[in-house]
Design a protein around this ligand. Structure first.
Ligand code: ADP
Ligand code: MG
Length: 627
């Protein structure tokens, strides 16, 4: 039986690391988008930089094994990133090449290419045949080349050469070779023979994908080329080398839809295989002896003998230059990068303002909102431009100034913090958050103090009609007014909430209550203020809402909505009647559906019946008001 040869049999011992290449594709989008300039650019053959969304004055610089700029040809990518590993496969070693990156960034172009510009797959297969044909007969080996072609979708292994087949199992033999019993394996004798099987299977997959809601962007297409060589004379040794050529699912899927989202919400990953791949690559490249979690997903299980160990692996991370890809590019680079560095300089004069102001971290707000810095003006101007002029992949049509993108960035940051440098980053986050929080509380405090003074001056006046508007006034600051005179606009509203505000809403209401009570104690209780004129003391189960001041009620609803939309697990759990399970379900719902447009959307979350919802609302609103 053919066995695999470990690298120590003459190969390079330092092969367990996954080499990472990044390929930036050229502009595909419209001219006006091009005029915005790119959000990412190469610096040299190994480094690139991207705008830091947290700070307008910084870029984040990444270092890779190789950077392919937008002018790089298919041939160049093949020659530098793929061709060098192919001879190992003929010597009984395994190799894998996979294209990673967001949908639309060029994975399929890199792997498959077009008739005029063939990609890695046709070039690699051709090269394998060339290498075999060039082998000297005198070496005494005969070679046999075969192929399998499969897809992993929803953690199911499907045979693309036999489309009617069901989910196939993955097994490991005693020599630690990974096998898929039942998978079609076709011997191929030439490149055209390969084409004959590969093209129809690929076309099948593409056709199916349009029917199945962009399935191709959520599944991993894996081509396996197996080379078995047998000695012609005694001892008739046999060796097997496997080459996996993989067009991965779009990396943006990591945080987005898919019906299994709920199941995977804790890891923040929708595509388990992709998420696990990132952990595997991370642990392989970290060089530590921590367990490599191959078994956690189908893809990594399948690639186990061809990724790490003695195998030769290359990951080509595809990225796109357009701003609408910014978030996904940033995610992809963070996944791929071995190291990154924040560089304290603007990206370019022209483009620095575009996404950054809208997503700037709150700790930078004072300068950001400081009266009309250049980037700010620029951003306002650019806002007038339609951001989504018809580019097809809906996932990329969001402007960075949209709240959902903002939330995704925050979610990304959380995800990154939970994956890498966890402690350091979370400390930084906490510090920034606390600083901002204190600042905001101080501002509120000042506002409340002045309102309180006003109230106490008016407290002597008995008439209710006057008290009500005063109460409304005292609640007004909770709406996160701009602290300076700049007219609030959409991005500022986006900038502001970030993580800091998530902590506060209900506490703020409580503060209002305290202030009001403090002022009114001599006179009336808070409840008196919000009571209807008939003066009923007890809030009844069903009518409690109608007995509250509508503005207070609305404000409380907004605060709850804000926590639902932006709160972390902990913040969600700080809500009344939301335990760990519910909080996780809310996070999961958010991941799949995006924002809750109104608090009532909460009833769409599993287990949240109308009744539970009413009780939830009542408990939260009343508790915030200290009732
Ligand atoms: P993905 O597979 O990552 O979703 P595609 O490979 O389908 O992305 O690429 C999206 C579009 O961009 C396609 O029209 C493709 O032809 C084009 N494209 C991608 N990369 C390049 C490149 N390097 N040069 C020219 N066109 C490219
Ligand atoms: Mg593709």
């Amino acid at each position: 039986m053919a066995h695999r040869v470990s690298a120590s049999d003459g190969g390079n011992k330092k092969t367990s690391r996954v080499r990472v290449a990044v390929r930036l594709r050229p502009y595909m989008a419209k001219e006006d988008e091009k005029a915005e300039g790119p959000c990412v650019r190469g610096l040299n053959s190994q480094n690139l930089e991207i705008i830091n969304w947290r700070n307008a004055t910084e870029t984040v610089k990444y270092h890779f094994d190789i950077f392919h700029g937008e002018q790089t040809t298919q041939q160049e990518v093949f020659l530098s990133s793929v061709k060098p590993i192919l001879p190992h496969v003929l010597n009984g070693q395994n190799a894998s090449v996979f294209a990673y990156g967001p949908t639309g960034a060029g994975k399929t172009y890199t792997m498959l290419g077009s008739a005029e510009q063939p990609g890695v797959i046709p070039r690699a297969v051709r090269e394998v045949f060339n290498l075999v044909n060039a082998k000297d007969e005198d070496e005494g080996w005969t070679y046999s080349i075969g192929m399998s072609y499969l897809e992993i979708y929803n953690e199911k292994v499907l045979d693309l050469l036999s489309p009617s087949s069901q989910d196939l199992p993955i097994r490991e033999d005693k020599d630690k070779n990974i096998l898929i019993p039942g998978l079609t394996h076709t011997t191929i004798s030439s490149f055209s023979d390969f084409d004959k099987h590969f093209v129809p299977a690929t076309l099948n997959r593409t056709t199916a994908s349009t029917k199945l809601n962009q399935r191709s962007s959520r599944s991993h297409a894996i081509l396996l080329i197996k080379i078995v060589r047998t000695q012609r004379a005694l001892t008739y040794r046999q060796q097997m080398g496997k080459l996996y050529l993989v067009d991965l699912a779009g990396s943006e899927d990591n945080r987005r839809t898919g019906n299994q989202g709920i199941r995977l919400k804790e890891s923040g990953a929708i595509n388990l295989s992709l998420f696990t791949l990132s952990k595997v690559v991370d642990s392989l490249n970290s060089g530590t002896s921590i367990r490599v979690p191959y078994r956690d997903s189908k893809l990594t299980r399948l690639l186990q003998d061809s990724l790490g160990g003695s195998a030769h692996s290359v990951m080509i991370t595809n990225i796109a230059p357009e701003y609408k890809y910014y978030f996904d590019t940033f995610t992809a680079l963070n996944f791929a990068a071995k190291s990154k560095l924040i560089v304290n300089k603007p990206f370019t004069r022209e483009t620095v303002a575009v996404p950054v102001m809208s997503v700037k971290r709150s700790r930078d707000e004072p300068e950001a909102r400081g009266s009309g810095s250049e980037p700010h003006k620029k951003r306002q101007k650019e806002d007038k431009k339609p951001e989504q002029d018809g580019f097809s992949p809906s996932s990329h049509c969001q402007s960075l100034s949209e709240p959902s993108v903002m939330e995704r960035l925050i979610a990304l940051e959380k995800l990154m913090m939970s994956c890498q440098d966890k402690d350091r980053l979370s400390v930084l986050k906490d510090v920034a958050q606390s600083r901002k929080e204190i600042q905001e509380l101080k501002e509120k405090q000042r506002e409340f103090e002045s309102k309180a003074m006003l109230l106490s001056q008016l407290a002597g006046e008995k008439s209710n009609p006057k008290e009500e508007p005063i109460f409304r006034n005292t609640t007004a600051p909770l709406q996160r007014k701009q602290p300076n005179a700049i007219k609030p606009n959409k991005q500022q509203a986006v900038v502001q909430p970030l993580q800091v505000s998530q902590l506060q809403p209900l506490q703020q209401l409580a503060v209002v209550k305290k202030q009001s009570v403090c002022v009114k104690k001599k006179d009336k209780k808070l409840s008196d203020l919000v009571e209807p004129p008939d003066g009923k003391e007890n809030l009844k189960e069903n009518s409690w809402e109608s007995q509250l001041d509508q503005s207070v009620l609305e404000q409380s609803r907004q605060k709850i909505l804000q926590i639902l939309n932006t709160g972390s697990l902990k913040e969600l759990k700080s809500l009344q009647q939301i335990g760990d399970k519910k909080a996780k379900l809310i996070l999961g719902w958010r991941e799949i559906h995006g924002r809750f447009t109104e608090v009532e959307d909460l009833t769409k979350v599993e287990g949240m019946t109308e009744k539970r919802f009413s009780s939830f609302m009542k408990a939260n609103i009343l508790s915030a008001m200290g009732k």
